[in-house]
Design a protein around this ligand. Structure first.
Ligand SMILES: [Zn+2]
Ligand SMILES: [Zn+2]
Length: 189
């Protein structure tokens, strides 16, 4: 069965129209394409209006939105947690992270899979694929949002062996020693 679109005037199959139970023939008078075009046009010319009304909705429906989010989270909790875990343990993607750390780290695309990010191990200097989690924590450390440097290590073995990992502590000890010497000599403090 076909129907004439009120907007573009073309005869199209019923499946090309959105369903609308309030209409006699059960479908919308304009075809899906025309509805879509109208939506695009409307959004373009009414950006401000849409933004305002969304803002207004959020303001007057705080509880409702909270409730909705809670419900959504509850019924999808396992899925969300699994997804997050999976994401964090997965190898970091080059396009997502390279530009965020390239000022502090040597980065390259994995020669075997150019979508993946590779960095150099601070200790053995070998290229390896870091997890998204380790890149995120490194970025946060670089931005000073968490303590420590959290440099990249290809393995726990390298982390344990690496002198840089301990350098901070050694520096602290040295400072304390100097402070002690100065104190004794009466130069400062
Ligand atoms: Zn149409
Ligand atoms: Zn290493």
């Amino acid at each position: 069965m076909c129907k004439l679109c009120k907007k573009c005037g073309l005869e199209k199959e019923l499946s090309k129209f959105h369903r609308d139970k309030t209409r006699v023939d059960g479908v919308y008078p304009q075809c899906k394409i025309c509805v879509k075009e109208y939506g695009k046009e409307y959004r373009k010319t009414n950006i401000k209006k849409i933004r305002e009304s969304k803002k207004e909705y959020r303001k007057t429906n705080v509880e409702k939105i909270k409730e909705h989010k809670k419900k959504y989270y509850k019924s999808n909790a396992e899925k969300i947690i699994d997804k997050t875990k999976e994401y964090r343990n997965s190898f970091a993607l080059y396009n997502t992270f390279a530009h965020q750390i390239s000022y502090a780290e040597e980065v390259r695309q994995d020669p075997e899979n150019e979508q993946l990010l590779q960095v150099k191990c601070t200790y053995c200097k070998e290229w390896f694929n870091p997890t998204s989690q380790s890149v995120i924590t490194r970025i946060m450390a670089l931005e000073g949002k968490i303590k420590g440097e959290l440099k990249f290590y290809c393995s726990n073995g390298c982390k344990k062996l690496c002198p840089i990992h301990w350098q901070k502590n050694i520096l602290k000890i040295k400072n304390l020693m100097f402070r002690d010497l100065y104190k004794k000599s009466g130069l400062i403090w």
